[in-house]
Design a protein around this ligand. Sequence first.
Ligand code: AMP
Ligand code: MG
Length: 398
Amino acid sequence: MISADRAIDTILSNIDRLEIEDIDIHSAYDSVLAEDVKADIDIPPFDKSAMDGYAVRARDITSVPATLGIQNTVKAGDSVSEGVKSGLCVKIMTGAPVPSGADSVVMVEDTQIAEDGGVEILKEVEKGQNICLQGEDVKKGTVVLKRNTVIDAPEIAILSSVGKSVISVYKKPEVAIISTGNEIVEPGKPLKDGQIRNSNGPMLRSMVISLGCKSRYLGIAADTEPALRKKIRDGFKSDVLLLSGGVSMGEYDLIPKVVSDLGAKIFFHKVLVKPGKPLLFALKGKTVIFGIPGNPVSNFTTFHVFIKPALLKMMGITDFEVSLNEAIMDIDFKNRNERVHIVPSRFFFKGTELRVTPFTLNGSADIIGCSKANCLTIIEKNRGNIKKGERVKVLPLN
Ligand code: AMP
Ligand code: MG
């Protein structure tokens, strides 16, 4: 039996990020970049008007109001060849290229049409105003996104603006999921005496998907060696295999035996946490295997504490730390535990203070009591009862 810290270290030091693949930017959200990306052009690519108005030469406006003739009009998307002539201006729209000769744009709100059809400039002009200069945001050749950057919405926009429609990223793991147990029945099927609905399979699947990983649900295996062997062999084809149930001390908890008979190396089986003590971690070739205790609360907490860091590392997130926040207890909480106690909880801000309410559950099967959890309170072993106002560590779920 090993500590939670040792278990996390063992997992992270025995797995690696996956290989690199090229993907279209439209499916790149939440991936981790595996290359430096440079700007292929200056941004903006030309001197661009920031306003609807008139492109002028500042020196033509020595006092206001001043009247200028309108030479022509440029719209966004036009290409301009003709420069603005002395004493004239060019009517210009936001996003349009500023014609040569012009050094400033006067916004339409600071003008009025003169009686002779020209335009009257009503406010003094500061040279350079309302023009975004070519390359002022980024110069061609600059690295705009570094390798290992997680691609969020702004990064998708950046990739688009430098013309990268296909990028190299670390592959996201494909995660096979098997629920085990003679008593387990899929939701939607009739429930006979002694049977329990499969809540873990769908829950694990949703947690896997929420990290952007691909899930491969392989259904329910009965508690027999042949049934388990068949599905587990299939699960070995994925990058990760999650097995729910069958890792405890019962006569029909066959996962450790079957997994090891099939040639997997078991790194640990049992961790000093509550719930989730029988957690198993193994490798078969490159396939990462977790045997997760079947009680739904254990499935939920062990996923967040032990499995999620592994999946994040595999998808290339290198600056990942199991980051615990300190929060202040909002209630008294009964606690007596020789193991690290992991309690589904809800945290919130009261003013600037982070407060937490751990949920009092009716045991490890009480998944209903876990609804609305947004964090886990991690209580060190042997801590005893905790009073309102005391400090505890919390692990945010998102
Ligand atoms: P086990 O880890 O197989 O000993 O299961 C522990 C408890 O969790 C038992 O009461 C099981 O019925 C229950 N359980 C196991 N698998 C699931 C599942 N997929 N969905 C809901 N409950 C489960
Ligand atoms: Mg079982």
